[in-house]
Each structure stands twice: as structure tokens, then as C-alpha cells.
Design a protein around this ligand. Structure first.
Ligand SMILES: [Zn+2]
Length: 331
């Protein structure tokens, strides 16, 4: 009985219940089963996958993590893994050693791009490289994305909707906008970018509205003047707010004791892309993501140009870099 009720609850509600006497272990067991069944559906070995994730700092995001953070919105078929910079080998070994999975080859070339001082991880939306795998009999797909940062989360803060900004770690689950998925219908802020249409797959937003997500293109329509960017309340509802991965608007629930602080690499800070309207003009501010405690402004002062290498895929026919396909790297 208790478990059939828990099945409907989003992550933040589970977190509240876990603080009640006698409920703690019931809720955490439920969360563990939710995560294990998601991994099992992909065909991967559950315990080996969780230990690989814990040891390498790899996380699950995309629709599979959304289904864990806010059940009932989608039925994920594919698994999207995100690993820290240069920590991809454990995940690749685990997937390729699983019966049925084969790597889908994609020719790539290495390119160097300049990072801007303010937005240190914005090169290619925080993605260094991607690997794709397909199961030969079930057709299920696994995508492994290597982050440009020692945190696996950098690409996640470039996703097009805040409802997708959730992840599953080797120890628990995290939702960065839990307040918006609390009412059995999910709300999502759009993460504006200058090339929104080319970065995100066409029809991606309408796919989610069809499933009942309420999209908020501009948070100014819900709170004129952005009170939440200056007060401490409800920053999780504002595109203008500066956030970081360990702030109080994030929900983290572990299924494994002891409950450590959510430890997925160094803390990242981010601000969503948003519209700025003044004197009849509309300007788009792109998302910014950087390491929270990095003195990036000082470093940038000394080192005027910071370059980062990443692997860009080549167009199969022309053998030239296909930036549009590459930038569509998101669920
Ligand atoms: Zn706002």
C-alpha cells in the first residue's frame, strides 16, 4: 500500500517523507528500486552500473532521470549518461561488455575553441565528446556524454528545459528545479540561447507540452520584476537567478547511507538563458555555467585566451564538421 502511493511522488515529496520517523528506510528503499528498475530496463547490470557511476562520478540524466524525479511524465527508452572530463573509460567498458550493445561509429575531428571569460564552460554547451551505443536486438540506445568540466553536470545546465535538469548518481537522485515538478503537472522554464532552434532538436519543446508540461518562456510573466532573483525565496522559479549545485533550492535524496552531501565533482554555478526587455528592445542572454569556487575572473585577467579542445563529428557525406548535428546534443 505505502509503496503504491510512493510510486506517484516526485523527489521533493519523497525527501519530506524521509524525514518522518519510521519512513526513512521505506522511502530510500523505494528510491533505490526506482533507480534500479530504470537501469535494468536498459539491459545493463544494475549493481555494476551503480558502482561504476559512484566510482567514476558518472550520472544518468535526460528522460530516465526525469521519470525518477517526477514519475508519470514520460516512458524513457534510452539512457543518457554524463561523465566528468576524462572519466569515460569505465562507462564505455561496462556498456561494451554488456551482451548486445555495440558502439555506433561516428567520425570525429578535434577542434579547439575559445572560451569566453564569463561563461567558462559554454564551448559546445559543455560537451567534450559523445559516444553512442545501440542494442542489436532491443534497439535501445545509450549515449555517453563527456563533460568539459570535472563535474559531469556542465552539459545538463544547457538543456532546453529546467524540467530535464535532474540526475541520478551512484548513491541517489538530484533535482535542480524540484519546486516546478511538485504539483503532478510539471512546469518548466525555457533555458534561452541565441541559437535555440539550431541547438535543440526541432519540435522538442512541443513534445513536452503534448505530455502535459507547462512551459514558461519568460519568468517575468509569472513574477514581474523578478523578486526571486533578489530575495532568497523561490529562486528555483526564476530564469534570472544565480544558482549553484549545492544551493538550498536543489533536492538531493540518497538511497544509500550515510547520506553524504551530494558529491558529484566540484560545485558548478549557473544562470539560465533568458530574455531582457528594455526600451522596446528584446535581448537574449545565453546560459552561463562555471565552477563555483574558481577565480575565473582573475584567471581570465592573467590568461586572456583560454582554449578548450573537443571532438566534433564529421558529416558522413561531406567529411566536414557538422555543427548543427553536433550542437543537438540534448535529450
Ligand atoms: Zn524571474
Amino acid at each position: 500500500m505505502v509503496n503504491s502511493v510512493l510510486e506517484y511522488l516526485p523527489l521533493r515529496s519523497l525527501g519530506y517523507l524521509a524525514t518522518l520517523p519510521y519512513m526513512d528506510h521505506i522511502v530510500r528503499d523505494h528510491l533505490r528500486r526506482r533507480i534500479e528498475s530504470t537501469i535494468a530496463a536498459s539491459g545493463l547490470h544494475v549493481q555494476n552500473t551503480l558502482s561504476m557511476m559512484e566510482q567514476s562520478g558518472t550520472v544518468i540524466s535526460g528522460s530516465a532521470a526525469l521519470e525518477i524525479a517526477a514519475p508519470g511524465l514520460c516512458s524513457p527508452n534510452d539512457l543518457n549518461l554524463y561523465c566528468p572530463l576524462e572519466s569515460y573509460s569505465d562507462a564505455i567498458d561496462l556498456i561494451t561488455q554488456t551482451d548486445g550493445y555495440i558502439a555506433e561509429q561516428e567520425r570525429t575531428t578535434t577542434v579547439a575553441a575559445r572560451r569566453t571569460p564569463f561563461s567558462k564552460l559554454n564551448v559546445n554547451n559543455g560537451v567534450r565528446r559523445m559516444w553512442k551505443f545501440r542494442h542489436i536486438s532491443t534497439g535501445r540506445r545509450i549515449t555517453l556524454t563527456e563533460s568539459l568540466s570535472p563535474s559531469p553536470l556542465a552539459p545538463i545546465f544547457f538543456f532546453h528545459l529546467t524540467s530535464l535538469m535532474n540526475c541520478v548518481t551512484g548513491r541517489g537522485a538530484v533535482s535542480f528545479y524540484p519546486e516546478m515538478s511538485e504539483k503532478y503537472t510539471v512546469q518548466a522554464l525555457i533555458n534561452r540561447s541565441k541559437n535555440f532552434e539550431t541547438i535543440h532538436r526541432p519540435l522538442e519543446v512541443s513534445k513536452w507540452t503534448d505530455r502535459g508540461t507547462t512551459i514558461i518562456p519568460d519568468c517575468a510573466d509569472t513574477h514581474p520584476g523578478h523578486p526571486s532573483s533578489v530575495t532568497r525565496e523561490r529562486r528555483g522559479m526564476c530564469q534570472w537567478s544565480y544558482r549553484h549545485t549545492k544551493d538550498p533550492w536543489t533536492t538531493y535524496l540518497a538511497f544509500k547511507k550515510p547520506e553524504l552531501e551530494c558529491d558529484i565533482g566540484p560545485a558548478l554555478a549557473w544562470r539560465l538563458g533568458h530574455l531582457f526587455k528594455a526600451r522596446g528592445q528584446i535581448k537574449i542572454y545565453a546560459p552561463t555555467v562555471h565552477l563555483l569556487h574558481e577565480e575565473w575572473h582573475l584567471r581570465t585577467f592573467r590568461l586572456l585566451e583560454i582554449w578548450i579542445e573537443y571532438a566534433a563529428p564529421l558529416d558522413g557525406d561531406t567529411s566536414v564538421i557538422a555543427p548543427e548535428a553536433w550542437r543537438r546534443s540534448f535529450p
